[in-house]
Design a protein around this ligand. Structure first.
Ligand SMILES: [Zn+2]
Length: 321
């Protein structure tokens, strides 16, 4: 008698487990289908998409092997490239933005900058760099070689030199054609291809390519003379993403140059209500007429291009439009 009861109990337990599994499968299927419909996805949503759907916030943790971050530093420039766990930082914003950049890097758990690039020694590009040099491990530091009459004597510049000296680091002078490999990423110096009278034109211009596919042109503040020289040099400048030179000023991004780059996306790093009236309206027109998408750090905050399976996933930190 007791044996039979035990058997029946076992059978009931089996049915219960089976029933639970069936209910769980049906329940999951209903949730996935309703999510797919309401989010208008033709496929099962990713964890990030579900997170965004429920929280209304852009997900922060995306497992991309490569991401390029145009960090919002107000009126200035700062671009971070993460390529297969190695890092390149190009410029670091104004003097008061060093902490903003350092906090951004720490949030991403970055401890080392493998390649630190100073495009040119204006304060809106190298102001925060001494903070970065002091707070992080630094691999190599790359700067363009300046004609002696253009070497600045500003406090901002000497602060950077002191930070470099204090850590026993050295500056590597950049040369066009220099190439650095970071996993599947290739960082190549394109310019300056000539000597120029204007400090902006001496900006280190670089091209980043990931997995032989996605491409970025990073221009510092180069102006029209440098753009023309770069065009003439025959370098391949066509890129998917253009960091628009000199905060969208009228002195840069002339039409022939922009047409040759022919980007799908452009990013202007610029401060809200800046005193220079950047970006310029004509420059914006040149970009908007031909460009698929324009991002501005004064509207969008930091703009991040994640590369996932050969596709861009673009995230911005601001919704202010
Ligand atoms: Zn600038």
């Amino acid at each position: 008698m007791a044996k039979r009861r035990k058997k029946r109990y076992k059978k009931t337990k089996k049915i219960n487990v089976f029933f639970c599994i069936v209910v769980a499968v049906i329940f999951s299927a209903v949730i996935l289908v309703s999510l797919s419909e309401s989010m208008q996805f033709q496929y099962i949503p990713t964890v990030s998409e579900v997170e965004e759907f429920f929280t209304g916030k852009k997900p922060t943790n995306i497992n991309s092997d490569c991401s390029v971050h145009f960090i919002d530093v107000g009126q200035g420039d700062c671009t971070l490239i993460i390529s297969d766990k190695q890092t390149i930082l190009i410029d670091a914003g104004e003097n008061d933005k060093g902490k903003v950049v350092a906090d951004y890097l720490k949030k991403l758990k970055i401890k080392k900058i493998d390649l630190l690039v100073a495009t040119h020694p204006h304060s809106d590009h190298i102001g925060g760099m001494d903070t970065i040099i002091r707070e992080f491990d630094i691999g190599q530091i790359l700067m363009p070689k300046l004609p002696s009459k253009l070497v600045p004597t500003t406090r901002t510049y000497t602060d950077v030199l002191s930070a470099i000296a204090d850590k026993g680091l050295k500056i590597t002078p950049s040369k066009p054609g220099m190439t650095f490999e970071f996993g599947k990423g290739e960082f190549k110096v394109l310019g300056p291809v000539d000597e120029f009278e204007e400090l902006n034109d001496t900006s280190l211009v670089s091209h980043f390519k990931y997995d032989n596919d996605e491409t970025f042109l990073l221009t510092g503040d180069m102006e029209m003379n440098a753009e023309k020289a770069l065009l003439k040099s025959g370098n391949k400048i066509q890129s998917d993403v253009l960091k628009v030179a000199h905060h969208g000023s009228s002195s840069s991004t002339h039409k022939a140059f922009f047409d040759k780059v022919n980007p799908e996306y452009s990013v202007i790093s610029v401060g809200d209500g800046n005193k220079y009236n950047h970006p310029n309206k004509d420059t914006l027109d040149t970009i908007k007429k031909n460009n698929k998408q324009l991002y501005r750090t004064d509207y969008d905050g930091s703009v991040v291009f994640h590369i996932i399976d050969g596709e861009f996933q673009i995230k911005t930190t601001n919704t202010k439009q």
